[in-house]
Design a protein around this ligand. Sequence first.
Ligand SMILES: O=C(O)c1ccccc1NCC(=O)[C@H](O)[C@H](O)COP(=O)(O)O
Length: 267
Amino acid sequence: MSDAPAEATVLDEIIAGVREDLAVREAQVSYEEVCAAAQAAPAPRDPMPGFRAAGISVISEVKRKSPSKGHLAEITDPAALAQSYARGGAHAISVLTEQRRFNGSLDDLRAVRAAVDTPVLRKDFMVTSYQVQEARAAGADLVLLIVAALDDADLKALYDEAIGLGMTVLVEVHDEEETRRAVDLGAELIGVNARNLKTLAVDNDTFGRLAALIPDDRVKVAESGISGPADVERFAREGARVVLVGEALVKDGDPEAAVRAMTGIKG
Ligand SMILES: O=C(O)c1ccccc1NCC(=O)[C@H](O)[C@H](O)COP(=O)(O)O
């Protein structure tokens, strides 16, 4: 076995940047203040009844830029984009709040939350309690926890904290081992992300492979690389109740129609 240090993955690099930005925010707003703001925030909206209803639900994403594709779309008014997603029937709206690689922010999330009645997901690289509290303080109804970014103890602590604040947690997996950890955690909402975090390539066979390991009483979400209704039909047949779509929607000239074409598809 080689003694060489393991090469940093894209995920490691993203999280290193997230921690630096977090240190700046923590110096500006204390943990106690952010917890108080989370308590004072409007009550969280519950996406689960919508996700469990018949037909596919769509989580539509506000995404400007990404490590895999670079610039995707000029989104000057995230609230207006979210309103068109909502008109198209989106069951939830994902807002990428990571700044360095995705050009997002918590201000985007606040603007979206104020503009729609739909539940809003903070999609970020959550590794600390502070981030969970600031998500709720900004109005998030759901948070993402990426299993690959957390050991079991931190995964459980952040999961319990978010649930304790009344939020829904989307627990994201990329391989068999992570799927087992998400199932053992008791996660009700499990997202299979088809984007390999080492190569950034999307493999559309990932969802079916990992969905088979998730009990059917959980809500299964297919994430990444979904380009249109044909992909949605495939993932619905493979057991997805929900799809999470970013690039295809932000690049579509008519996002409302693009969401409408994906919602309600039967498995
Ligand atoms: O999108 C990326 O390049 C990316 C790279 C590394 C970590 C996460 C990344 N994306 C976050 C997401 O999970 C996607 O934004 C989401 O699943 C939507 O994907 P898509 O429909 O392919 O834009």
